[in-house]
Design a protein around this ligand. Sequence first.
Ligand SMILES: C[S@@+](CC[C@H](N)C(=O)[O-])C[C@H]1O[C@@H](n2cnc3c(N)ncnc32)[C@H](O)[C@@H]1O
Length: 234
Amino acid sequence: MKDKKVLASVDELQDEGLAGSEGTWSGYHGRQKQISHRKEQWRNKFMVQSLWYRNLLRNPSEISALFPCSTETGNLMTHHLEGMGKGYVLELGSGMGAITECILKRQVPEEKLVLVEKNKEFAGYLTQKYQKANVIEEDATELLESLLTLQIREVAHVVCSLPLSLIPPEQQLVILDTVFKLLHPQGCFSLVTYLPSCPISQKILDQYSKSSELFGFTWKNIPPTYVYHLRHYQ
Ligand SMILES: C[S@@+](CC[C@H](N)C(=O)[O-])C[C@H]1O[C@@H](n2cnc3c(N)ncnc32)[C@H](O)[C@@H]1O
């Protein structure tokens, strides 16, 4: 979905066996394949974008973003996952996988991903795209039972792009309570927000002995984003 590079170079196509030399049969067939390859890429891009906007129109407060997160935001949210070793990564509000892609680029095995997404169509898309991952089509407030069914009692890290400030406070507390109970003591809860302050107050974080740190900011997102990392008191 985040693959903006739609037009492949001839070199790449030749590597894939899709292009041949000019004026030869293989060149002609290569060009035909090249055209259908590009058409397929445009079709996929269109399909993904229309799925996003259809659902945004239906549930604006749940999707709460005009565009999926950028790779730069995803990189800030997943920076600490590089070489993290064993354990599950729990992603809350996976949408259509923009941040999931960044988690996978950190060498986290797909089967160690737990993707929680309330939206039925997005969850279906994720299930198809990440066949080895554990996709949970559920409201994050109802997460615990599904995790226990999967026999997951602890997660190494949590990556969250839920629209926390739009979720009613009592539901926020249920989500945070679940997540902090599951999170390994050395684990990190990274979250993204459009405001220059952590959406979870220090008063609430104190109940779980956590503190928040502004980890990064990027203009390269519409709108620009702040990424916070929450960890156990140092
Ligand atoms: C801002 S979008 C982020 C999507 C994706 N991670 C990205 O970066 O492009 C928020 C996502 O959280 C999902 N969501 C909102 N409230 C939720 C809840 N209570 N439980 C689970 N998912 C929720 C929405 O359906 C949406 O896909």
